[in-house]
Design a protein around this ligand. Structure first.
Ligand code: ADP
Ligand code: MG
Length: 615
């Protein structure tokens, strides 16, 4: 998984050595201003810019600052490596010369992965495992969708979650803990030194405990005296497991803190704190987005994993139910929405382990058999699906009317949310949400289900950062050997969302869902706009058959419009599948979320301009 913000640059080589860099520059002709970018092997997230001038090489370390900006020592901060290189291609600003000519990577030279790429991956995993008690598939989904946000979190708080972190204990207590039990070389712990916010590392070597102060410099970096500098304690510890970097030996086994030691025995993950049953609290009556009650710090956005709907079957003993008894359900008068079938009401499901907020699709009582069967089919489909980005069904209740009980997505349909919150929802936010939708659709594609009604109105939000695909009323499971569903009659179809082969040949496949995904993206990036304006379904057909496509919504990034147009490839054989679409969405999502926001970069620049020189 590449999430390096420079991964897209054709002159970025990854984790190559200085001499390899010089070799590439020599082969490319040593012209003045010839340059390439590589990963810095010493600082995490940093780069080195290698430039040729006068047949000589200059190597400039590019540091990643804690606020997410990048700069060459003494230079201006920039919001990404691409922006930094663009700047130095116009203004030498202290370099030997301007960057004139990128030394392009040849197709047979892949970006070289570095040791820290794996390390970072492991750090993310460990953090997700510990913070949200996620494992397996739900952990993978969390990491795929939120890697950039997770990296930021790790940078500041990860050490607190680590088994080797003992908080504020005295030097003597540290020694006592290290001497208890086995005493292999390298056994270590990290503790707070005092109230000054600095840390100490205590480690065992030759049955003796050594203590080291971890230095914290003015720029916020941690290091051993004369050692490599790191943004976080965690990175420092991981690095010293590989290299002693000033210590008597490399770090080995963690001396477990009380919590980690207690958790070592049970084989089931501990229940998540502060929750009754793993579900979010009820939304406020005014319809405002409910914030989960658990401990989300005020200074960060709620992540999907903070919401219990991300992984409700966390407790393996709590089996998914299908038949729900009427006395387990409290039905509110509040209507969340309505349709031909009846209406969707807010409610509460009572279970052994607590109450769950639910949305209940209630069939009109006087409905005939056919509609009832349709709803049963919808339930049948939903019952087979379990993914964080798909609304889960909890069961059916057959009482005064047939009711389909689903998990609640209290912020409502995406199109309505976006048109009501134009001013507060950023483009990055929309990219994140649409990436989540692509993850959910990729899951459907893998399971061989076709949705047939993917549209912004059927993407529901749990909150501003968490989307779920809903409304499986038209969905079909494909047979093992089929890759499309053939509708015998055309019903009330959302033609504007349908691919040409659906309309002309009644053929539905994951590829036709891809077309609808493109339309859904268009709706999202136009903040809930109506596709094809006032055109009628038949006009749209002619428009598409004639080779025309909708234009790029005004605030939509070019890269996202490119994905939309790919989704609108006329021939389904040539159209990308969701595997490909999700990749495109992910790479763009990671690249925009990794960058500092322009205003942050500007603030950092202003701060740098007034900063006093540091001796
Ligand atoms: P239809 O087949 O009529 O389009 P939907 O399943 O899309 O039915 O539901 C209709 C409306 O009910 C949605 O637009 C939404 O406002 C509300 N709704 C449906 N499911 C949920 C849910 N799980 N959580 C919150 N609201 C929901
Ligand atoms: Mg709907």
């Amino acid at each position: 998984m590449s999430i390096d913000p420079a991964a897209e640059l054709p002159f970025f080589y990854g984790s190559i050595s200085r001499s390899d860099a010089e070799q590439h520059l020599k082969l490319a002709g040593m012209a003045d201003g010839l340059f390439l970018l590589r990963q810095c092997l010493r600082s995490l997230g940093g780069y080195v810019l290698s430039v040729v001038w006068n047949l000589e090489f200059s190597h400039y370390p590019v540091e990643k600052q804690l606020n997410g900006t990048y700069c060459i020592a003494g230079g201006k901060p920039h919001c990404g490596p691409a922006e930094l290189c663009e700047f130095y291609s116009k203004d030498p600003d202290g370099l030997v010369c301007i960057l004139r000519k990128p030394c392009l990577r040849s197709p047979d030279t892949p970006i070289k992965a570095g040791v820290f790429d794996d390390l970072r991956e492991n750090m993310l995993r460990e953090y997700v495992r510990q913070t949200w008690s996620l494992e397996g598939e739900s952990m993978e989904q969390a990491i795929i969708s939120q890697a950039p946000q997770l990296e930021k979190l790790i940078a500041t708080t990860a050490h607190e979650k680590m088994p080797w972190y003992h908080g504020k204990i005295s030097r003597q207590e540290g020694e006592r803990r290290l001497y208890s039990g086995v005493q292999p070389d390298g056994k270590f712990l990290v503790r707070d030194r005092d109230d000054s916010g600095t840390f100490a590392l205590s480690m065992m070597y030759g049955k003796t405990v050594y203590h080291y102060q971890i230095l914290h410099d003015k720029s916020g970096k941690y290091s051993m005296p004369e050692g490599t500098k790191f943004d976080t304690i965690w990175q420092l510890v991981e690095y010293q497991k590989m290299k002693p970097d000033g210590l008597v030996t490399v770090l080995g086994e963690s001396c477990l803190n009380g919590k980690a030691a207690a958790e070592k025995t049970p084989n089931l993950p501990a229940p998540r704190p502060g929750r009754t049953n793993g579900y979010t609290p009820a939304p406020r009556a005014d319809g405002a987005v409910s914030k989960p009650a658990n401990n989300v710090p005020a200074d960060r956005d709620v992540l999907p994993m903070d919401c219990s709907g991300f992984n409700p079957y966390h407790n393996p003993n709590e089996v998914r139910r299908f038949n729900i008894k009427r006395n387990q359900l409290l039905i509110d008068e509040v209507e969340l929405g309505s349709g031909n079938f009846g209406c969707v009401k807010k409610g509460v499901l009572k279970t052994d382990s607590g109450q769950i907020d639910v949305a209940i699709k209630v069939l009109k009582s006087d409905n005939e058999k056919l509609v009832k069967e349709e709803m049963m089919r919808e339930a049948e489909i939903m019952h087979q699906l379990s993914n964080p980005y798909i609304v889960r069904m909890l069961g059916l209740c057959n009482a005064e009317s047939l009711m389909l009980v689903m998990e609640m997505a209290s912020a409502g349909p995406l199109n309505k949310f976006l048109s009501a919150n134009k001013d507060t929802v950023t483009m990055e936010n929309i990219v994140n949400l649409m990436h989540q939708v692509s993850v959910g659709m990729k899951y459907l594609e893998e399971k061989n289900f076709v949705h047939r009604d993917l549209a912004a109105r059927n993407v529901l939000l749990v909150n501003q950062q968490f989307a779920k695909i809903s409304d499986f009323g038209l969905s079909k499971a494909l047979g093992a050997d089929d890759n499309y569903y053939k509708a015998r009659t055309s019903g009330k179809w959302p033609l504007k969302w349908y691919a040409p082969e659906c309309i002309h040949f009644h053929k539905f496949s994951s590829k036709s869902d891809v077309w609808s995904f493109g339309i859904t993206m268009w709706e999202a990036f136009s903040y809930g706009g109506k596709p094809y304006k006032k055109m009628k379904g038949m006009d749209v057909m002619r428009f598409i058959d004639g080779g025309s496509r909708m234009e790029c919504p005004s605030a939509c990034p070019e890269r996202m419009y490119t994905v939309m147009k790919e989704c609108w490839t006329y021939k389904h054989e040539e159209r990308p599948d969701f595997k490909k679409v999700e990749e495109s969405m992910r790479s763009y999502h990671f690249s925009v979320s990794n960058k500092a926001k322009p205003e942050e970069a500007a603030a950092a620049a202003a701060a740098a301009a007034v900063a006093e020189p540091v001796e």
